[in-house]
Design a protein around this ligand. Structure first.
Ligand SMILES: [Zn+2]
Length: 72
């Protein structure tokens, strides 16, 4: 996987700060915004594994409220 290195905000073009993102549950991806009552069928981008919360390298712009992270 190629690594996201330059950390430039796609909205304002300024340098983003690096850190780590994690979840206490799951972060899911779907292609539509229809209300759902179950997560079945949606892709999990970030999950917890056992008791450990997985942390992923992330970049954020606090002015634009944009976060970019790579998932695997
Ligand atoms: Zn920005």
């Amino acid at each position: 996987m190629r690594e996201f290195k330059n950390g430039i905000c796609p909205k304002c073009g300024l340098k983003m700060e690096s850190g780590y993102i994690y979840t206490t549950k799951q972060i899911k991806w779907t292609y539509n915004n229809k209300p759902k009552f179950t997560v079945i069928g949606d892709e999990t981008l970030i999950d917890i594994s056992g008791f450990a919360m997985k942390k992923l390298v992330s970049y954020r712009c606090t002015d634009c409220k944009v976060v970019i992270f790579e998932y695997d």
